[in-house]
Design a protein around this ligand. Structure first.
Ligand SMILES: [Zn+2]
Ligand SMILES: [Zn+2]
Length: 275
């Protein structure tokens, strides 16, 4: 995929990308890796902040009209946003951290229509600056998640209709491209896009707080550094690529009828626990 080639050519990485093409053949796609600013250091955007300072994490979710996040419950009766919540809880097991994860549109904020066909990382950061409900401070972490229409901008400025979402590296800004989420299933409002949406949020949140080896240090050899900040385990939500068209359905199927939606493997969970 071209973003990997871009990465290999030492162009500074600006964001982590989740690719629709990858999702179609697998589950969780390819993300640009970044080590320039990463999640290192002790800033409010660092893994150190999230894991050693923060006691409360709030997801600040906004959306454009027509890009509404999915809400409601899975076939197993689990609230879709409990998928995000369960995965956050799994990463922070053993720590005293509370989570504020919205589960209804009333708990999220409708923003003005953006009328933007492509989104650069600068556009995403500008959106966050305009609409975020405050930044992280003290012991309170905030991550801004925006659901928008339009597509990620390729380096040449054209639309990349394969990117589901990205996390702007070294920041707490995540952007989700709703039309790509909807296109991930034959039924744009069926369970597949809903699980894809949550999986993407989980994946990008993990990047934002320092995975894999992007601030949160490794406790075992599972960093797929060839593909950026990803996990080498194909059964982990942080795997850059699964092979075969049946894998996506298989991956989602594991969670569709389960109350347990933790998508990280033990290697990633152990990194979190030990950090
Ligand atoms: Zn990724
Ligand atoms: Zn993993």
């Amino acid at each position: 995929m071209q973003w990997w080639k871009t990465g290999a050519s030492l162009i500074p990485m600006k964001y982590f990308v989740l690719s629709f093409a990858v999702v179609m053949s697998v589950l969780l796609g390819s993300c640009k890796s970044g080590s320039d600013s990463g999640s290192g250091g002790n800033s409010i955007y660092s893994a150190t902040f999230y894991f050693k300072q923060m006691t409360e994490l709030k997801l600040d979710v906004v959306y454009e009209s027509g890009a509404d996040p999915f809400v409601g419950t899975t076939g197993a009766g689990l609230n879709y946003w409990d998928i995000t919540l369960q995965n956050l809880q799994a990463l922070f097991t053993g720590r005293t951290v509370t989570f504020s994860v919205p589960k209804t549109l009333a708990e999220m904020r409708l923003i003005a229509t953006q009328n933007r066909s492509v989104w650069t990382t600068t556009d995403a950061l500008n959106l966050a600056n305009q609409y975020r409900n405050g930044d992280s401070s003290g012991t309170v972490g905030k991550i801004f998640v925006a659901f928008v229409k339009g597509h990620a901008a390729k380096s040449d400025g054209t639309a990349d209709n394969q990117v589901i979402g990205y996390s702007v590296n070294g920041t707490n800004v995540i952007i989700i491209f709703k039309q790509v989420v909807q296109a991930s299933g034959a039924n744009p409002t069926g369970p597949v896009p809903k699980f894809v949406e949550q999986s993407t949020i989980v994946h990008e949140l993990a990047h934002a707080i320092g995975f894999v080896n992007n601030g949160v240090t490794l406790t075992s050899d599972h960093h797929d550094s060839t593909h950026g900040a990803h996990c080498s385990n194909s059964n982990c939500v942080m795997y850059y690529l699964n092979e075969g068209s049946s894998d996506l359905a298989a991956f989602i199927d594991k969670y569709q009828n389960s109350q347990n939606a933790v998508m990280f493997d033990n290697a990633c969970l152990n990194d979190a626990k030990s950090f």
